[in-house]
Design a protein around this ligand. Structure first.
Ligand SMILES: Cc1ncc(COP(=O)(O)O)c(C=O)c1O
Length: 355
């Protein structure tokens, strides 16, 4: 078995892969790939996939869920357009590449983006704290987990503004209070399912209130929610596998159980990084991500030898993002603790032979 530390698309539970493969060959007599999205059997899949998100995250009444296409990248535009109000100004916290992407796209659709905090001064290696947020803006946007740098908000920012969050890389990894947010969005391809679907959880009160002069139907969340994510052809297979994965999550202790496992995996790897004299972590200790652990060899001349060691241990997906370098161990929900133990043992053994 390979130990897949890839940042996304990433590992999903093995029995989800198996059921997904079975459905490619036989989904009630057809392939899931050829079934009409209007067929009652598929409508039932979509309904269940929406409902299981509500169950897994205890989504309160007054909120709706939708699956769209376009990835979180289109989410940058969709959130800005749907949440634009009278001031057409919004607060953004800039914690890295994806947060910067959200800022860039909001500007393009006419939002005057105000960067109320940024960690760019230290190459995005920390999470800004005690951020002062003005009150007369349309909303506050932040990215809960910075997949590339390996930082994570362990406490969410507080303000009187509607709160929007890109949770692409830590949704379903820990319990959250959905009522704190007006809009949450996430690309599926980490803890939810295969790439292709993007999840939106939105407070019903905010729908239909955009002041944007430009709001194509596909970008209007109300349109998708009114039509139960069937306004056009949904990402049929991606939603199907997300449904299987959510069933698996709920049958295995749901988000709370995953949170405990994720804490254990993160504690194990960070403890090795901190105690091993050859390695160091990249980011501020208190802001370390439990999903994407970034670290490096203090002596980069050893990289090639370490690369051979982890590849020899059947580990894949460990190189850091091309903009950061070093290593990144992405430890999403489906990655077993066993895989983290293999990585830690590989680091220990490498240090023993070099020591
Ligand atoms: C936090 C975050 N936001 C946005 C994106 C972009 O997502 P997509 O490729 O689905 O557009 C990613 C991709 O990894 C991400 O990790």
């Amino acid at each position: 078995m390979k130990h897949n530390f890839g940042a996304g698309p990433c590992i999903l539970p093995q029995d989800v892969f198996k059921q997904a493969a079975d459905a490619v060959l036989d989904f009630n007599g057809l392939s899931i790939l050829e079934v009409s999205h209007r067929h009652k059997d598929y409508v039932a899949v979509m309904d269940e996939a929406l409902d299981l998100v509500k169950k897994a995250l205890n989504v309160p009444s007054g909120y709706s869920v939708a699956y769209l296409q376009g990835g979180a990248s289109l989410g940058f535009t969709i959130t800005a357009l749907n949440m634009m109000r009278d001031t057409k100004k919004a607060a953004y916290i800039n914690t890295g590449t994806w947060a910067s992407g959200a800022i860039k796209e909001a500007k393009k659709v006419g939002i005057d983006t105000q960067v109320v905090a940024s960690s760019e001064d230290k190459q995005f290696t920390y999470i800004p704290k005690n951020v002062e947020i003005p009150s007369n803006l349309d909303y506050l946007h932040f990215t809960s987990n910075n997949t590339i740098y390996g930082t994570q908000f362990h406490e969410f920012p507080k303000s009187d503004l509607p709160l929007l969050c890109d949770m692409s890389s830590d949704i379903f990894s820990k319990e959250i209070n959905v009522a704190d947010f007006d809009l949450i969005y996430a690309g599926a391809q980490k803890n939810l399912g295969p790439a292709g679907a993007t999840l939106y959880i939105v407070k019903d009160d905010v729908l239909g209130k955009s002041t944007s002069p430009f709001l194509p139907s596909y970008l209007d969340l109300k349109n998708h929610i009114d039509k139960a994510s069937m306004a056009n052809t949904p990402p049929v297979f991606s939603v199907y596998v997300a449904m299987l994965n959510l069933r698996h999550l709920l049958a295995n202790g749901s988000v709370k159980a995953k949170e405990l496992e994720n804490n254990a995996k993160a504690a194990l790897l960070y403890s090795e990084i901190d105690s091993n004299p050859l390695f160091s972590g990249n980011v501020a200790t208190e802001d370390r991500s439990k999903m994407n652990v970034t670290f490096k060899l203090i002596d980069e001349n050893l990289n090639a030898e370490f690369d051979a060691a982890w590849k020899g241990a059947d580990i894949v997906g460990l190189p850091g993002h091309r903009s950061v370098g070093g290593y990144r161990a992405s430890m999403y929900n489906a990655l077993p603790l066993e895989s983290v133990k293999v990585l830690v043992d590989t680091m220990k053994e490498f240090t023993r032979t070099k020591g």
